[in-house]
Design a protein around this ligand. Structure first.
Ligand code: NAD
Length: 418
């Protein structure tokens, strides 16, 4: 199993799992089972490129655990994709799906490729052939991929089409994150950002504050950060700062997010927006706000800046923005860090809604999606908060432990642990 443990992310993930397991005296056999994925599929994908030469790309799908239901997790197209990293992300999906209370197991996949270096035709050929290779292992009741870094709704549409052609009839439930026109769910695009704001709302409530009297700083203005900003603004919060790859904006009285979104639609980036002043990207992380939402990169909060953070709550929209040292420093300071597996779980929750809608062929309004998402995010937050209070643990440990307890129970019931 060195093929998994050779990567630092996999080892860190298992270390986090071990410390939560110790805290709840997790059944030893459950721990041993969760340590490694159930199955890993490695394929070579031949693609005839536009210059007529054939290139081979490595592709992976790691299926970690399916105790709670079919495997579920994204597909990533990125030059750094490797089996160990995909394995670690699959483990995290098992815990995220369990924590959110979904009837789904955990998986992740990817292709080692820089998608921006391919033409649209090459990208389509790559995706269709990858789908064919994964064919026997995926399906609406087996394993349901979704978009992740470097993949999008168009790629999901090609996957759905290829899988359906090969099985002889239309199978819209094989992937989520599809365009609405072919079985996608309303509200999927904004789901992760909405989830970030819903858990922030709940965190503020337990701290005795109202969302509409609170201030936010949001790092990242992409799929997660922009929708988090839109929702926070719509609910009456003051979004004092936002950043993206082009720079960082600040306005003490609150940025008009509706105007900023219009600006970004025209200009692609936030740089040059006239209604706010420019500050350095580092300053955003240490502003005196109620909520800091890192929604861009991993490792941005670390031992070098954690003690300068003044936010009362950190809501991790991105995966892994706070390193282990920073987590400890922030917890000691009394700052609540709502961890990624809880804070950005809104995406997979609405993916689950999409899968359900495809199975029953009955589609919900955006309002229905939002209210069901809110209910699930609140419930997951409350469970984690309760565990953390009862056991005097930080929210990250509490989230992992809450998720593990549900899995352990299910594994015992199924006779997978003795
Ligand atoms: P995205 O590519 O849509 O957006 C990323 C944003 O971060 C962009 O605005 C980019 O300009 C900005 N950015 C890049 N470098 C930056 C820097 N140095 N400083 C400030 N901003 C910078 O990606 P996304 O889908 O929004 O994902 C963001 C994070 O959220 C990732 O960690 C991803 O794994 C995680 N996540 C995303 C989803 C989802 O549904 N999209 C779900 C769960 C987790």
């Amino acid at each position: 199993m060195e093929v998994f443990t050779e990567g630092a992310l996999y080892r860190n993930t298992i270390e986090n799992l071990e410390s939560a397991a110790k805290l709840i005296s997790l059944n030893r056999n459950v721990m041993e089972r969760l340590r490694y994925p159930r199955r890993a599929i490695v394929v070579s994908i031949p693609v005839r490129m536009d210059d007529n030469k054939v290139r081979i790309f490595p592709g992976y799908r790691v299926q970690h655990n399916q105790t709670l239901g079919p495997f579920k997790g994204g597909l990533r197209y990125h030059p750094h994709v490797n089996l160990s990293e995909v394995g670690a992300l699959a483990v995290l999906m098992t815990f995220k799906n369990s924590l959110m209370g979904l009837p789904l197991g955990g998986a992740k996949g990817g292709v080692k490729v820089d998608p921006s270096s391919l033409s649209k035709t090459e990208l389509e050929h790559l995706t269709r052939r990858f789908t064919t290779e994964l064919g026997p292992f995926i399906g609406p009741d087996k394993d349901i991929p979704a978009p992740d870094v470097g993949t999008d709704s168009q790629i999901m549409a090609w996957m759905l089409d290829t899988y359906s052609m090969e099985s002889g009839f239309s199978q819209t439930g094989v992937v989520t994150g599809k365009p609405v026109e072919i079985g996608g769910s309303r509200g999927r695009e904004s789901a992760t950002g909405l989830g970030v704001v819903y858990v922030a709302d709940r965190a503020l409530q337990v701290l005795g504050k109202n969302l509409n009297e609170s201030s936010f700083a949001i790092q990242g203005f992409g799929k997660v950060g922009m929708h988090a900003a839109i929702e926070a603004y719509a609910l009456g919060a003051k979004v004092e700062a936002v950043s993206d790859i082009s720079g960082c904006l600040y306005k003490e009285s609150g940025i008009n997010i509706a105007n900023l979104v219009r600006y970004v639609q025209e200009n692609k980036v936030i740089q040059g927006f006239p209604e706010a002043e420019v500050i350095s990207p580092e300053e955003l992380l240490t502003l005196d706000v109620d909520v800091l939402a890192p929604c861009a990169l991993d490792g941005v909060l670390n031992e070098n800046n954690a003690d300068q953070v003044r936010a009362k709550v950190i809501v991790e929209g991105a995966n892994g923005p706070t390193n282990v040292a920073a987590n400890q420093i922030l917890h000691k300071k009394g700052c609540m860090v709502v961890p990624d597996i809880l804070a950005n779980g809104g995406g997979v929750v609405v993916s689950y809604f999409e899968w359900v809608q495809d199975i029953v062929w009955l589609f919900w309004t955006e309002e229905e999606v939002r209210s069901k998402l809110r209910e699930i995010m609140f419930r997951a937050f409350d469970q984690v908060w309760e565990f953390s209070q009862k056991n005097n643990q930080d929210m990250r440990t509490a989230a992992m432990a809450t998720s593990l307890l549900r899995l352990e129970k299910a594994m015992k019931l199924r006779g997978q642990a003795w």
